[in-house]
Design a protein. Structure first.
Lengths: 315, 417
């Protein structure tokens, strides 16, 4: 083993290797393998029911897998050491609504075994990190939606984990609070924390994530940086999106003739040169289709996702 | 659905069994008898009492199967047995009773029987006094005739020698029939008897040996503090344990289980908290009894603490079991209402168990309520030492431990997918 390989191995904070989980006849996670390094943010994108939640719960150690393994900082997920190295911010507001922010943080700190001065310092750090110092004595249920989200995140940071799983942390949050949450996550990443981030908002993934894994039907169907995903899916080609008035069958037949496909009432083609558009439209006119809308764009992450899964991320 | 149909039917059935005529109504009263006289009259009286359907007469301690388990009771051991709750009443037939067993009037100089009673059961002594009068009427005809002759001689100027010889002859014949068992004990027709000792032909001195330091009303206050307290403790415990369901529903439970806290630790922590909560509720209940109704709380503090903690532990575990068995808060609310009200009705929280039929009293032993109330009764009514609470303590702690283990087993469904 070379020195560089050894360094890469030791900096792996989270490793999922061949994870398989079935619920009866349903394969929720199908031999998934992933690695997240320290200081790296991995975006986990997938439509609803794709297996994201099961994968996240397996990382937390809350799933008994059929095969494969999940290691957190070199320890099996679910072990005491792995639990102490891992922070989990669930999508649901998993805080105690009837007690104050400070008391909430105190409770979760104790669950992680903190006490005395260490507990006080952890509470102070989390209140500062989540910008909740002024609200520390407010009862949690009286906070705004964004503040509750930040408290929910802070509760998972009390033990200063080396790996953090964020499961859609910005659901229902106003833009201002969302920006604040982004800053919180970026601060963690810059401090060397390995992050797994699931979201239904493509722009969040593009802003925060160093690498992105797209999961569908329990499998990782693409993984890499944003540029790698676009390059791997579309090459140097551009996307043409066209909407027509006319029969669905005629539109699909026309798209098929030209190597395209129809997704959610929009015909999608990839072209290398702009000159390829005119013949397409001529043939559509001959087929009796009335053009409603036409756009040409460079593919982005949204395009990749739609192309690979056939669904919008928010579906 | 459960509350609308099952609960009313369950309650109807329970109270029909308690009060219904088809159940042969009044429960039997256990009566300890100490015969210090050993005369023919006293033995006839004991025999007549023994043949009463409403009484279980014990001359000596017996096992549950009716096998003699010790020497005959003495006045002292009988009093101790009543204090321990083995029987609600004990009858002492004094030496010399056979010389002058009955008297027609309060000042006629007859022997006085002593009836030791436990004030927790106000019905038993009244039944026994009534049956004593009936037994006296039917079991001692010669004594009745003797006493009648004395009155005749005193107030009518006496009989001629011929009349007296004939009467003596008839009395001898009557005594012979008594000895042969052809008249006397159990042969009379049934009657309700008098419910007042002074109004009967047997003089009976009723003496409370349990609850004598406090009045009947104060004893009832301690009884209801325990009875009602346990019922509401059960509701509180199930409600508090329902926090587990809230946490499961909100996702907090799963998050907590992702920390260093295991399910066993979490449930044990909740058990401790709910036990303390229930204990504080009991303390508040009895303190209110002390402040508002002069309940003698502080002189019974050690027994209260022992019984309070054991009861609180058992109800807390019961709440944990219900919560872990239910899927939602609504389900928990319905199930706990159903189970707790049924337990409370047969366990003595709504109606004293000693007034229930035997079968119901035995069924009540399956409930936390019955054991808890029995324990508190020992403390506050019988003034028994803490060591006497071992059966209740053992059962309540045992119930609590078993229920908690079962609850923990059921809670595995929350642990892993």
């Amino acid at each position: 083993m070379t020195a560089s390989t050894q360094k890469a191995e030791t900096s792996t904070a989270l490793e999922v290797d061949g994870l398989l989980k079935r619920f009866g006849d349903l394969t929720a996670v199908d031999k998934v393998s992933l690695k997240v390094r320290a200081g790296e943010c991995l975006g986990l994108l997938g439509p609803n029911g794709a297996g994201k939640s099961t994968l996240i719960r397996a990382m937390v150690g809350r799933v008994i897998q059929d095969s494969g393994r999940v290691m957190v900082m070199g320890r099996a997920a679910g072990s005491t050491e792995a639990r102490m190295a891992l922070g989990w911010v669930p999508q649901e507001l998993s805080i105690y609504p009837r007690i104050s922010c400070r008391e909430n943080l105190g409770s979760f700190g104790r669950y992680y075994g903190l006490k005395g001065q260490a507990l006080k310092e952890a509470i102070a750090w989390c209140l500062h990190w989540a910008a909740l110092e002024e609200k520390q004595n407010d009862v949690a249920r009286t906070l705004s939606g964004g503040m509750k989200r930040r408290l929910n995140m802070a509760a998972g940071m009390m033990h200063r984990p080396k790996v953090v799983l964020f499961d859609e942390p910005t659901v229902g949050v106003d833009p201002q609070s969302r920006n604040r949450i982004f800053e919180m996550i970026e601060a963690l990443r810059d401090a060397g924390t390995a992050i797994v981030y699931t979201t239904h908002y493509m722009e969040e993934a593009e802003r925060l994530c160093d690498r992105i894994a797209i999961i569908d039907h329990g499998k990782i169907i693409a993984e890499g940086t944003k540029e790698e995903l676009v390059e791997g899916t579309f090459g140097r080609r551009s996307q043409v999106l066209a909407r027509f008035a006319g029969g669905k069958d005629e539109i699909e037949a026309w798209a098929k003739r030209h190597g395209g496909r129809v997704t959610q009432e929009t015909a999608e083609f990839t072209i290398e040169q702009a000159g390829e558009i005119a013949p397409l439209l001529d043939d559509a006119t001959k087929a009796g289709l009335e053009l409603l809308d036409l756009s040409l764009r460079r593919p982005n992450l949204e395009s990749v996702f739609l192309h690979l899964t056939g669904r919008e991320l928010r579906d | 659905m459960v509350l609308s149909f099952v609960l009313p039917l369950a309650f109807f059935t329970i109270f029909a069994v308690i009060f219904g005529k088809e159940n042969n109504s009044t429960p039997k009263v256990t009566l300890i008898v100490v015969d210090q006289d050993k005369s023919e009259a006293s033995e006839n009286l004991v025999k007549a009492l023994d043949e009463e359907d409403s009484l279980w007469v014990h001359l000596s301690p017996v096992t549950d199967k009716g096998v003699r388990s010790g020497p005959d009771y003495t006045a002292a051991t009988a009093e101790a047995a009543v204090k321990a709750g083995d029987a609600p009443v004990a009858l002492i037939i004094p030496a010399g009773f056979g010389q002058h067993p009955i008297a027609f009037g309060p000042d006629a100089g007859g022997s006085t029987l002593e009836l030791l009673n436990d004030q927790s059961d106000s019905i038993a002594p009244q039944i026994v006094v009534g049956l004593l009068q009936k037994a006296a009427m039917t079991s001692m005809p010669s004594a009745m005739a003797d006493e009648g002759m004395k009155y005749a001689e005193q107030y009518m100027g006496g009989f001629t020698p011929a009349q007296k010889a004939k009467v003596d002859g008839e009395l001898d014949a009557l005594r012979k029939l008594e000895a042969d068992g052809k008249v006397g004990a159990g042969s009379g027709s049934s009657g309700s008897g008098s419910d007042s000792a002074s109004a009967g032909i047997l003089a009976v001195n009723v003496r409370a040996v349990v609850g004598k330091s406090a009045g009947q009303n104060k004893n009832m206050i301690s009884f209801y503090a325990a009875a009602i307290g346990v019922m509401f403790l059960l509701f509180t415990a199930s409600g508090s344990a329902g926090a587990l369901l809230d946490e499961a529903e909100s996702g907090t439970l799963e998050r907590v289980l992702s920390t260093r806290v295991t399910m066993t630790k979490l449930m044990a922590g909740k058990l401790v908290f709910n036990t303390l909560l229930a204990f504080v509720q009991l303390v508040a209940m009895f303190l209110w009894g002390w402040a508002a109704f002069k309940l003698d709380f502080f002189s019974h503090l050690p027994g209260f603490v022992v019984m309070g903690l054991c009861t609180a532990f058992a109800v807390a575990a019961f709440g944990m079991l219900l919560a872990s068995a239910c899927q939602t808060r609504a389900q928990l609310g319905a199930l706990s209402t159903l189970v707790i009200l049924i337990m409370s009705s047969i366990g003595g929280s709504m109606f004293p168990r000693f007034l229930m039929p035997e079968s119901m009293q035995r069924a009540g032993l399956l409930t936390i309520n019955a054991w808890a109330i029995d324990g508190f009764t020992k403390v506050f009514w019988r003034d028994l030492p803490v060591t006497a609470l071992w059966p209740q303590v053992s059962v309540l702690v045992g119930i609590g431990a078993v229920l908690f283990v079962v609850a923990r087993r059921i809670a595995r469904r929350w642990e892993y997918a």
